[in-house]
Design a binder for this molecule. Structure first.
Ligand code: FAD
Ligand code: SF4
Length: 470
């Protein structure tokens, strides 16, 4: 009778996996969503209408076969579902956890018209987590290895996506990263309450068994010369991310007690994972009044990390309104539940303090007349200045490209904003201006999402296969 009920969505509403109670989750760096139960997945997956032209699939940046694996999951056929899911995605269990589904697959689900979208992300996570627990592994038995080898710089989602496509087509990837673990920002950026670190450790074992080689703690340009990689390998893929922190450009940003978001988050990861070199490297918000400036995913992660470090208060000031926040709505809601106070339409104009930070001066903004592009610019409300008292300030204004100084020497061109030029639409997808070098992810498109980095890495992998005539 399960198979015959095409109107399941009328009887069964959307249901997200249960969350750990807020009192407990504020004290721990663990994922806040409990795993979906088998029966819940079957019921939720079966809500899918199997639309003839599935919008979810088009909105998903890797174009997952969503209705097909939802159907397999609703029938309990997890082994077939996990195979299908890996045809388009390198890290489905990660995307299920960290994609802003409300803006992507679930935002495009037809059931949004009053019924509640299918819980696509949680099902994607469930399929891979369950299959791996049952001992599933990628089947490499039909892969015939060639003698081609490709160097990949960066073990983030872009580099891993590229390595996955190459090894499955018989090309050996050797992945270099300056960090001691794979994942890029998945490990050294995104906190454990969104993505537990065991997830990437488990993946590393699988990747290694597939034949991908990792050379970690290796900084290309310092520990290894780029010229040597170009000589030794048949092609090179760059997936090095964007690591220039954006500044506000107002007075007081250099005061003690003001921190850039990413080093703060990484110091917490290093403590949780035991990578901390010296205790003074740890930035602790315990007992402090913390002000976070910004409104994206990084700001939300700072807010919720400070809460877990037992900050006295956490206030997040953002210059636009809530509807215009760039981050995932789900994570903003989680931050609110955990006690973060939001101040919208507040623009910081100075960080004040004598010896160290004492507060942030903000002004209120409102949306003004449309500019020449039709976008309403925020304008300052006269007399609205106020000071938010603060013992610590975290700056989360985003990231700018950070091209390496040696790119030019090797003929790898960047655009005016510093992004590596590697278009998708050309003979060899994601080839740079040096024919032997390919690139993708944040360093090509500007800082964006895990799933778009995976897509570009995978597409570049295909570009490399064509270039190598494999
Ligand atoms: P990265 O993940 O940055 O990986 C680049 C890797 O290259 C790093 O490991 C780096 O060590 C290595 N590298 C760079 N230079 C060298 C060198 N010279 N030698 C050796 N190794 C080198 N996206 C989402 O979809 N959902 C989220 O919830 C989300 N939250 C985020 C939270 C934070 C705090 C941040 C900062 C980002 C978040 N993002 C999120 C964005 C997402 O993490 C990135 O878009 C994605 O990781 C980009 O992947 P990438 O492979 O291009 O680069
Ligand atoms: Fe949705 Fe992301 Fe999974 Fe695509 S990869 S189906 S956008 S959760």
């Amino acid at each position: 009778e399960r198979l015959s009920n095409n109107f399941q969505f009328l009887d069964v509403g959307r249901q997200d996996p249960e969350k750990v109670p807020v009192g407990r989750r504020k004290k721990q760096f663990r994922e806040i969503y409990k795993p979906f139960k088998e029966e819940e997945v079957k019921n939720q997956a079966h809500r899918c209408l199997e639309c003839g032209n599935p919008y979810c699939e088009w909105k998903c940046p890797v174009h997952n076969y969503i209705p097909n694996w939802l159907k397999l999951a609703s029938e309990g056929n997890i082994m077939a579902a996990v195979e299908l899911s890996h045809q388009t995605n390198t890290l489905p269990e990660v995307c299920g956890r960290v994609c802003p589904q409300d803006r992507l697959c679930e935002g495009a689900c037809t059931l949004n018209d009053g019924f509640g979208a299918v819980t696509i992300g949680s099902t994607e996570k469930y399929i891979t987590d369950t299959a791996l627990a049952l001992g599933w592994k990628p089947d490499m038995s039909k892969v015939a290895m060639t003698d081609k080898r490709v160097a990949i710089i960066g073990a983030g989602p872009a580099g891993l996506g590229c390595a996955d496509v190459l090894i499955r087509n018989g090309v050996k990837p050797v992945v270099f990263d300056r960090y001691p673990e794979i994942g890029g920002l998945l490990t050294f950026g995104i906190p454990e309450f969104k993505l537990e670190k065991e997830v990437m450790v488990r993946r590393r074992k699988l990747f290694e068994e597939m034949g991908i080689e990792f050379r970690l703690n290796t900084d290309v340009g310092k520990d290894v010369a780029f010229a040597d990689l170009l000589n030794e390998f048949d092609a090179v893929f760059l997936g090095m991310g964007t690591y220039n922190y954006m500044k506000g450009g107002f007075p007081g940003e250099e005061l003690p007690g003001v921190y850039d978001a990413l080093p703060y988050l990484i110091s917490n990861v290093n403590r949780c994972l035991g990578y901390e070199k010296a205790p003074e490297d740890f930035v602790d918000m315990q007992g402090k009044r913390v002000v976070v400036l910004g409104g994206g995913d990084t700001a939300m992660d700072c807010n919720r990390t400070a809460i877990r470090q037992k900050a006295k208060s956490v206030t997040c000031a953002y210059r636009r309104d809530e509807a215009n926040m760039p981050g995932s709505r789900k994570e903003v809601a989680n931050a609110k539940e955990e006690g973060v106070k939001f101040l919208f339409n507040r623009q910081p104009v100075a960080i004040i303090g004598d010896e160290r930070v004492e507060g942030v001066k903000v002004v209120q903004t409102r949306l003004g007349e449309p500019d020449e592009n039709g976008r309403r610019r925020p304008e300052v409300v006269a007399g609205s200045e106020e000071i938010l008292p603060a013992d610590a300030v975290l700056i989360a204004f985003g990231f700018r490209p950070s091209p390496s100084p040696w790119f030019q020497e090797f003929g790898i061109d960047v655009d005016n904003g510093g992004r590596v030029i590697a278009p998708e639409q050309q003979q060899y997808k994601f080839q740079t201006t040096n024919p032997k070098v390919f690139s993708g992810g944040d360093m090509v498109r500007g800082s964006d999402l895990v799933v778009t980095a995976i897509w570009e890495g995978r597409q570049a992998g295909e570009g490399i296969l064509d270039y190598l005539e494999v």
